[in-house]
Write a protein that binds this ligand. Structure first.
Ligand SMILES: NC(=O)c1ccc[n+]([C@@H]2O[C@H](COP(=O)([O-])OP(=O)(O)OC[C@H]3O[C@@H](n4cnc5c(N)ncnc54)[C@H](OP(=O)(O)O)[C@@H]3O)[C@@H](O)[C@H]2O)c1
Length: 247
């Protein structure tokens, strides 16, 4: 897919990585960027910096009415970036109740799924386009430190594969971006190594251009993906030492 002239929508555009997506899309010549956020005020810096391309929209991806309104109002989208997500750094057993685990599933799985469903017909009418879903390496192998988040990201990866299959016939590319820790947003609390947000969004947008389905930005993610092919149990056991509250 050619990014020059594309029309993008980024969810969670006010967040750490979301802002980098908007900047990178702009510098690659995207014609219009719908920046989605729950709180429009949080988008003011992006709109002020790029009034020529950034169109702010109120969007809560867990609210069906909000998602449907976004689809109705953004009928020209050719590139959907499902970046919005939540993570509470809680264990599956150590958490005091299931409230945060449910919220992670509500945003990272059901919210992303609702966006894919609402925008599939929009992308079809605009020639196919692409969907980028922000997953995580902890969706491929559980990190007990944030065990319930990893489970929700495993669900995000599974939905990405299923949506990819269902939308292939209409020519929509569906891309999974699977970094380990990013040096921004929810990654701030984590120890090194970390990949830069610039590298993550650059790899994701390269994947859109080159038609790559699964993207592993940064050395840590690439090494983990390689180990999953050769020694998946070894990787699981290594991460098993990182228990809730251990860093
Ligand atoms: N940072 C990392 O180390 C890392 C690693 C792997 C994957 N990821 C993934 O990368 C994505 C971006 O993460 P980040 O580090 O940039 O986190 P962040 O700074 O916390 O940003 C998350 C964004 O999602 C938005 N959001 C949360 N719930 C929403 C909802 N119901 N509807 C719409 N927007 C919602 C937040 O909006 P509010 O400001 O309104 O809360 C915020 O804009 C996430 O999907 C995350 O899981 C991050």
């Amino acid at each position: 897919m050619d990014l020059a002239g594309a029309i993008a929508l980024v969810t969670g555009a006010n967040g750490g990585l979301g802002q980098h997506y908007v900047e990178a899309l702009r510098s690659r010549g995207v014609a219009k960027i719908y920046a989605g956020a729950r709180n429009l005020k949080a988008l003011e810096p992006l709109v002020t910096d790029h009034p020529d391309v950034v169109v702010p929209i109120a969007l809560d991806i867990t609210n069906e009415q909000s998602v449907n309104e976004a689809a109705a109002n953004c009928q020209d989208v050719t590139l959907l970036i499902n970046n919005a997500g939540v993570g509470f750094n809680e264990g599956l057993i150590a958490a005091s109740d299931l409230a945060h685990a449910r919220m992670e599933m509500e945003v990272n799985y059901f919210g992303t799924l609702m966006m894919c469903r609402a925008f599939a017909p929009v992308l079809k009418q605009n020639g196919g386009g692409a969907i980028v879903n922000m997953g995580s390496m902890v969706g491929r192998v559980n990190l007990p430190f944030n065990g319930s988040y990893g489970a929700s990201k495993a669900a995000t990866l599974s939905l990405t594969q299923g949506v990819r299959a269902e939308l292939a016939a209409q020519g929509t590319q569906v891309i999974a971006v699977l970094p380990a820790t990013i040096n921004i947003g929810m990654g701030k609390a984590y120890p090194e190594p970390k990949v830069s947000p610039e590298e993550v969004v650059s790899d994701a947008l390269d994947a859109v251009v080159q038609g790559i389905e699964d993207v592993y930005p940064g050395e840590q993610a690439k090494q983990m993906a390689a180990q999953l092919l050769t020694d998946p149990k070894g990787l699981e056991k290594a991460l098993a030492t990182m228990l809730p509250g251990s860093f």
